[in-house]
Write a protein that binds this ligand. Structure first.
Ligand SMILES: [Zn+2]
Length: 240
């Protein structure tokens, strides 16, 4: 992801600098906006840190043949819910902003991550910096088509956002050899939202990869194996 060299998390230091936008087409309690976020050329993903909170603002531009109201909401909800948690004694939350439905508050030139929802069956993807392509179903090895449940679709959107918004590489095709085992893939027992697209929410190892690397500012994928210190801390040397 190519982004301007901004450090907005230093600019917006406290939660008191945020405002609720009661006129916007968003839930103001869920989506308070930093007062000055849109006075700058903010990148698609902005991380605002205070002593007690880490808030990720994720700008998405959702479209496509499968972009029904329900599926749009599933993307927004899935990313927000599966990446929420606690890290370093701070509350982590994600404000997912669909720029295509919040035009009254988001500038027309606001950079965003394209999300193409396809009403069909295929393999969903997310590339570093975007876009995301989300299919509403998949075809199994026997050639039978299946539609994702709402929960599965939410979960998949959250996983793909890990690629597009946080520039994280899948752990199951990490590609870099583990220096301890020489294996190019990580141990299948490792729990990470970037291993399992369908059941696992963000884990502490995922937060470490994001916040220790400031991965949202990266111009390329962050491979989990590129941080053996983090992996060893969570799983033990030789166990991943
Ligand atoms: Zn993936």
């Amino acid at each position: 992801m190519t982004q301007p060299a901004l450090s907005l998390d230093q600019v917006y230091k406290t939660a008191t600098q945020w405002r609720d936008n009661a006129t916007a087409n968003v839930n103001p309690r869920r989506n308070p906006y930093p007062a000055d976020l849109y006075k700058t050329n903010a990148p698609p993903v902005v991380v605002v840190q205070s002593p007690t909170n880490i808030v990720v603002y994720a700008h998405l531009d959702i479209s496509g043949t499968g972009a029904t109201t329900a599926n749009r909401q599933a993307v927004v909800d899935g990313i927000r819910d599966r990446w929420a948690g606690t890290y370093d004694n701070k509350t982590v939350s994600v404000r997912t902003i669909d720029v295509s439905t919040n035009k009254s508050i988001v500038p027309s030139n606001q950079p965003s991550i394209g999300v193409n929802i396809i009403d069909g069956y295929g393999t969903s993807t997310g590339w570093a910096g975007g876009p995301m392509t989300l299919y509403t179903g998949w075809t199994d090895k026997a050639g039978v088509n299946h539609s994702y449940t709402s929960r599965q679709f939410q979960q998949m959107a959250a996983h793909e956002f890990g690629h597009s918004g946080f520039n994280l590489k899948d752990t199951y095709t990490d590609g870099h050899p583990n220096p301890d085992t020489g294996l190019a893939t990580t141990n299948s027992q490792i729990v990470s939202i970037m291993r399992d697209p369908f059941t696992t929410r963000a884990q502490q190892v995922d937060y470490d990869m994001i916040f220790q690397n400031r991965s949202w500012e990266s111009s390329s994928y962050i491979h989990y194996s590129s941080r053996p210190d983090i992996m060893d801390a969570h799983f033990g040397a030789g166990n991943w």
